[in-house]
Design a protein around this ligand. Structure first.
Ligand code: SAM
Ligand code: SF4
Length: 471
């Protein structure tokens, strides 16, 4: 049994990152899941969604078949998120349901993985749960075939590593979409923002080799994909762990030269945003004019307490350059309210910045103390009621600008990559280059294609459109 240790997880050394091309399934396990089914429940960010695509690929590689029905599953995998308390609560609620299921269906195998499995306090508690069969972390989910085999032969497995981590290549993957794909370009994070658990749960920043990324993008393009989203906690810190000067702008430029029609990337950190990047984005038509640039707070004082390493002045400078160089760029952000010590005046500064930048959209959160992070120990005098009030006020302003940004699209025509059925009955959905969701009445045959769409109506969160003949 290997248990997570927060003290180990925060260590950073200069040790070289290993890129492992053949660490998957060294025991050549196959057919373990013949005639059996698996179900994956995924919580949290895009990184977790993409990890689940790999876990799904691994399960199918050893013979399991996917099901969405918990009652039919022989293996249930819970891929968890630790970023905020509510993500925790959702996963814990689901565990309650699974525990109940195990009372009547004893032989179902339950795997608990993801960021929550990297948390010391939590794992010390759940390792005692008799009905939880396999616990593994973010560094070793590619070992699930071995863990299943071990469980079937010896019983319960708990293997979590609080290490800086390696880069594991050549895993089977079962992607959710046939048209748009996530591509990891780096793992982990070295920023250690004081509120954030990610550097502890995902290890140090490790960039993948550019050759491996480009090969993956080329293969996706050859297989009919029209869009890739380069994925990492700090995509624009890509390459900072290399010994040469190859950086994110160089990578973007190379990815663009593959010719794949659409390239996106999340998440950028203002600290690592360079003029060179802006230059590359402005020159390459296939890099989409959409930048997610988390600000977190409008107050320099709070940004300092958060350890964000930029000032509002510097942030606004980036926004100015982006808007000057990339016409029609959409900018979205993340904001935390109620960080320990946030005064009414600090919060007003956050509202000010929203009024200045006029974001296309923002993801807003109430600060959630995460055990083991510095901010969790900071004095927090603001009541939850006050925090909720601030959040509501902020959201109202965000919604106002989201609608205003959408209104500007009315009557215009955009290329939309149609991805599939919309949850609006009888319609299909897709995204504009600016990442605006459009619902369209169109032929099913257009799914997977990039087509011109005229915007006929706008709402705060989405647009309605119709197929246009030309722009
Ligand atoms: N690496 C990205 C960055 O630095 O912007 C995103 C990381 S995180 C998955 C997504 C967002 O969750 C963050 O931008 C932040 O706004 C929010 N977040 C992280 N930790 C939080 C916490 N303890 N409480 C509330 N929100 C948090
Ligand atoms: Fe968390 Fe900050 Fe790293 Fe983003 S940059 S993952 S918020 S520590």
């Amino acid at each position: 049994m290997n248990l997570p240790k927060m003290n180990e997880a925060k260590k950073r050394t200069k040790n070289e990152v290993k890129i492992l091309y053949d660490d998957y399934n060294s025991l050549n396990i196959s057919n373990l899941g013949k005639d059996k089914k698996y179900l994956i429940l995924t919580y949290g960010c895009q990184m977790n969604e993409h990890d689940s695509e790999y876990i799904s690929g691994i399960m199918e590689d050893i013979g399991y078949e996917k099901t969405m029905d918990m009652d039919l599953a022989d293996v249930i995998i819970v891929n968890t998120c630790a970023i905020r308390e509510n993500a925790h609560n959702k996963a814990e609620g689901m565990l309650g349901r699974i525990k109940h299921l195990k009372e009547t269906k004893e032989d179902v195998i339950v795997i608990f993985c993801g960021c929550m499995a990297q948390e010391e306090g939590l794992v010390n508690k759940i390792k005692e749960y008799k009905w939880l069969d396999i616990i593994c972390g973010t560094h070793n989910y590619h070992k699930i075939p071995e863990y299943l085999y071990e469980y079937m032969n010896k019983g319960k497995v708990c293997e979590v590593y609080s290490i800086e981590g390696n880069v594991i290549e050549n895993l089977p993957v079962n992607r959710d979409s046939k048209y748009t794909a996530w591509v990891n370009i780096q793992y982990g994070c070295d920023k250690f923002c004081t509120y954030c658990i990610v550097p502890y749960t995902r290890g140090k920043q490790r960039s993948r080799k550019s050759e491996d990324i480009i090969d993956e993008v080329r293969e996706l393009y050859n297989n009919g994909y029209s869009e890739v989203t380069l994925l990492g906690q700090n995509v624009n810190a890509y390459g900072k762990d290399f010994l040469n000067n190859y950086d994110f702008a160089d990578l973007l430029s190379e990815v663009a030269s593959t010719g794949i029609p659409r390239i996106r990337f999340v998440t950028s950190h203002p600290w690592d945003f360079t003029d060179k990047m802006i230059e590359v984005i402005s020159k390459c038509d296939n890099i989409m004019p959409y930048i997610h640039l988390p600000i977190q707070s409008g107050s320099d004082r709070i940004l300092k307490l958060m350890g964000r390493k930029y000032t509002i002045k510097e942030y606004l400078e980036i926004v100015k350059k982006l808007r000057a160089k990339i016409p029609n760029v959409s900018i979205t952000t993340d904001i935390i309210v109620g960080f320990p010590g946030e005064t009414e005046e600090d919060f007003e500064k956050t509202l000010d910045i929203v009024n200045k930048v006029k974001y296309d959209l923002a993801y807003t959160f109430i600060f959630s103390p995460r055990e083991g992070t510095p901010a969790a120990k900071m004095e927090d005098k603001v009541s939850m009621a006050e925090k909720k009030e601030r959040l509501a006020k902020l959201n109202e302003l965000i919604n106002k600008y989201a609608l205003l940004a959408n209104e500007k699209t009315l009557g215009k025509t955009y290329d939309v990559l149609i991805l599939g059925e919309s949850d609006k009955k009888g319609k299909y959905m897709g995204y504009t280059p600016n990442m605006k969701l459009v619902n369209i009445k169109c032929d099913k045959e257009l799914v997977g294609k990039i087509v011109p769409v005229k915007i006929t109506d706008v709402k705060t969160w989405s647009l309605d459109g119709e197929i246009a003949n030309e722009k």
